[in-house]
Design a protein around this ligand. Structure first.
Ligand SMILES: NC(=O)c1ccc[n+]([C@@H]2O[C@H](COP(=O)([O-])OP(=O)(O)OC[C@H]3O[C@@H](n4cnc5c(N)ncnc54)[C@H](OP(=O)(O)O)[C@@H]3O)[C@@H](O)[C@H]2O)c1
Length: 213
């Protein structure tokens, strides 16, 4: 597939390299594509460009930018470049305030998540929450002694979630579909839980697994 990755941070670069590893075509976008020069050098099969160029290129889009500016980045990407496409949303609504006893502070409430805000602002895009509650070290084909970890996803469009599930399968994850966009109120805070061992004990290599019977 052609993938447009929006972002120049560690998450965007890690996922973009993962897509290349699995044979996809990738354009990574930034306001200043020059800052992706090192990534481009290390990943000669990938391309870089503006947010709009990456979004126009992608059949599937991945959004991996600072939570407070996620809406602005989608605006720069262009609503027309997102319409009808799956947008994997890895963003978390982390506020500027520091963690409180290791607990990250959010700028959203329990009644309205970041992804709901984005979905309302871009109704023609098919947003799917994914990759928000694991560190970059474990995003692409992580190896754990107990097998594949679980990625919790949600979104309104069944076809978009199937596409994301296919990517997750390639990236070595099992998928747990938690329902429509409202479930982002539960999935986004998983990032707070995931970060706690990091802030408390400098442990950053774990991932969640859902046990079933
Ligand atoms: N780090 C992790 O391990 C991790 C794990 C899971 C999820 N997440 C979430 O994934 C997202 C990306 O995290 P990250 O650490 O890779 O990167 P980040 O530092 O949170 O975000 C960097 C991106 O934000 C964009 N940005 C910053 N200010 C902006 C502004 N005023 N206007 C437009 N764009 C702006 C930058 O755009 P330019 O390229 O134009 O500078 C850049 O692409 C975050 O929401 C984070 O919570 C992070």
């Amino acid at each position: 597939m052609k993938i447009g990755v929006l972002g120049s941070g560690d998450v965007a670069k890690t996922l973009a390299s993962g897509f290349l590893k699995h044979g996809h075509q990738v354009t990574v976008g930034s306001r200043t594509p020059e800052k992706l020069a090192d990534w481009a050098k290390a990943n000669p099969a990938g391309a870089t460009g503006t947010f709009a160029e990456a979004a126009a290129f992608g059949e599937l889009i991945v959004l991996a930018v600072k939570g407070p500016v996620a809406g602005e980045v989608l605006r720069l990407a262009g609503a027309n470049n997102l319409a009808g496409k799956t947008v994997g949303d890895a963003c978390n609504p982390i506020a500027d305030a520091p963690p409180d006893h290791g607990v990250l502070q959010f700028f959203t409430t329990h009644h309205d998540s970041l992804m709901e805000q984005l979905q309302r602002a871009f109704p023609d895009a098919h947003l799917v929450k994914v990759f928000n509650s694991v560190g970059t070290i474990s995003m692409v084909n992580p190896e754990f002694p107990d097998g594949r970890p679980t990625m919790f996803i949600c979104g309104n469009d069944a076809g978009a979630k199937k596409q994301v599930e296919g990517i997750l399968d390639q990236f070595g994850w099992e998928t747990a579909d938690m329902g429509d966009v409202v479930a982002a109120r539960a999935i986004e805070p998983l990032c707070i839980l995931w970060c706690l061992p990091g802030y408390l004990r400098n442990e950053w290599t774990h991932a969640f697994k859902l046990l079933k019977r």
